[in-house]
Ligand binder design. Sequence first.
Ligand SMILES: [Zn+2]
Length: 849
Amino acid sequence: MTVSLGKTEARSLLDLTKLADELVEPFTKEGVYSTKALLMKALECIEVYKANVDSKDKEKCEESFICYTAASRLVSEIIPHSKDFASLDSNKNLWQFYNDLVDYLVRKRDDYDHIRNYLQSTATGNDSLLSRFRSLKDGASTRNFPDGGLKVASTVESMGVNRSGNSSSNNSNNNSNNNSNNNNDDTSKNASSSSINSSHHSTDQGPFNTLNKKTFITVDELAYALDRYPTKVLVVDFRRKREFDLDHIMSADNLIQLEPVSVRESYTCKDIEDYSMVTNSDEERYLFASRSIFQLVVCLDNSSTQSHVETDLQRLVRTLQMKADGKVLKGHPMILDGGFEEWERLKDGITAPESFRKPVLRDTSIDMISNGRSTYDERKLVRNVSEYFSKPRHRYSSTALSPSPVPNSYSLSPSASPQPLLPRQAFHSTASPSNSIVYANVSSSMQMPSQQSGKRRGMPPSIPNKPSVLPPPVNPQAPVQMPNTLIMTGLVNLRNSCYMNSGLQCLMGTSKLIQFFLTGNYRRHVNVNSRLGSKGILANEFASICMEMYRNTNESHPTYISPLHFRRVLASLKRAFNNCDQQDCAEFVNYVLDSLHEDLNENGNHPKLPELSKEEEIQREALPIRIASTIEWERYLKTNFSIIVDIFQGQMMSQLRCLKCGATSTTYNSFSTLSLPIPKNSKGKSLNLEDCFDEFVRPEILDGDDKWLCPRCKTKQRASKQLCISRLPQILCVHLKRFRMDNYLTKINNYIGYGEQLQLDKYWPQVKSEFEKMELSKLPVRGQLPPFEYKLFGVINHYGNLINGHYTAFVRKGRHGWCLFDDQTVTKHCKTSKVINGDAYILFYERQG
Ligand SMILES: [Zn+2]
């Protein structure tokens, strides 16, 4: 393989990185190349790297640099997305090969840094990324545009009015612009004085002066501007993500999709930066943060046109203008007249021929911002492939919690060597050490690549230009230490929304979760590529309402807020909640936890794990429960990895056993809330929580029509079915199944006693043999060590029936003791005797120690 370097003069690291990117570009198509083919490609790169690394020749060094960069991109980003990567661990040789490459690159990291520094020191001076970026911010004078920019500057013309006085060649687009500039002369005279930014050469603003006086821009005008001045126009697409994904303005270099439901009426521009753009790519966030450097900002929705009623889009435009938070735009933000529908309708008529396409501004700062952003596929690529090292969410804690490579095959012996134990890094900045559970890490050679943290594993940054150009999306000061996360704000009842209010109050009482949202840390975990979930919308909304309740907390005189926006978003996400009916609070809590999990699921886009083969299943059935359930949990983590898993999720086992031959079939499922049955035939009896746990684990005999088709007997047999809680979470959310479907929905009103303390050791399958103990020591513990002692911190009560009922919540609030949240009313210092009550429906327990 040869790497063509073209010119021979010294290059910047950026150029070299671009070349490396070009080198691997053909392989970035997800799921096209086999893992093996890509591994061979990476090996090839490494060979070239090795051959040149010790050379004194600068060009050879450059080649080495490129090949190392390319190889690490292949190994860290591209191969994990290859089509058969998921099954790689079943092929020992390939898996070993892959790990060898990873290890090699890690070991050679120092050499790579050495070359990098050497190349950096010898690069020609004027293209330090940072300085160019600064000069861009200082003002886009023509000297910053070495080639393309000059071209732009020399052909500056206003749309329809030639400001410099030289007659520029009219093109076919000109007449369309004349139409729109009704008061042409007046506005162009006043333009420079009315323009907020006066530091610019007037020639630079020429075409934009007249436009910036108006509120609406026509499709023609926008098309022309994008064609002529692609780097100076920022387009804000204010439509739902799914609409945007279907189609959008392809010719816009600088394009942001802004989710309409994530922008609140009260938001300022800073709020939009901080709260509304969590799900956006780093580039989009950066573009939005840089909005004031653009000559023209155009916003669009589906079909906005002149209207007397204020639309969401008009509100956004007003926010951009009036609540600019210091970033004053160069002119009026504009609305695309007729919206995207009008663009679609007209675009074929106005798309310039290929030869007329915008000049590619190579090597200018703006070009770096918009690099490769012209088609959707490329955008998708940016969102997927490059995230590994360039997005900060991989920079921190996930390593410690990362799924370990549990082999698909259930032979225990060779694969699992003793694991080094590393202290667990907390998800949140303020985790108290007392809560930290020792999480076992996995041996380095077997670690899943996508969980490797660049820093800790010493892997090279694959795209060095990105982190150095783009500011980190999250302000380093942002994760503020929050000594006190007490939230004591009531929630207005929006017609039967007490199920939501009570559920939210208990979640607000879960300090580990709330810290994660209040500190803003959640933003770094949002995974918009997660297959399920709301693409971050719910996570963002949950953060907003946390923040609003936190800000409004007045401990001495509790106040309340209206959760209207949260409810609106909830309704938009799930149809069942899109009405004013009373709903099941347990369903709500489950829905919120599951959606947050999917939004924050770092492995939500990983390929599904292959099903176990018959043979593997037989092997698994023979294993003790603790071992089998641990292996299943590690497998589960490969596609499910979020703070919700860490805090709320446990695992239950369901086992069928043939009563004739003893054959078993076992399944393992995760849960976020544990639903406990209330013992039958206990009408009116006083029960306690233990009775419900006993009922949960009581074997059930399947007989008659329910007989089980035994896989060994091959006939229907009497069988027993048994559940057990195979993993216990940090926060245990217990749902008492008070609603039962007989002929109609009935409520079971038994008094069920429960204590503030809960001991669950006896419901957790114990380790029975030395063999089991020894094998378990090779697998991650992840908190599964007795004792399992819990303390109550939240109770949701339900009064009445499901149609005509009411929910309230008791939540423990530090020095205020138990507080009752009855919609907007907050009552402090409630007696424990009130908290332990016969209407309890959902209980929140936190593990101690
Ligand atoms: Zn059988």
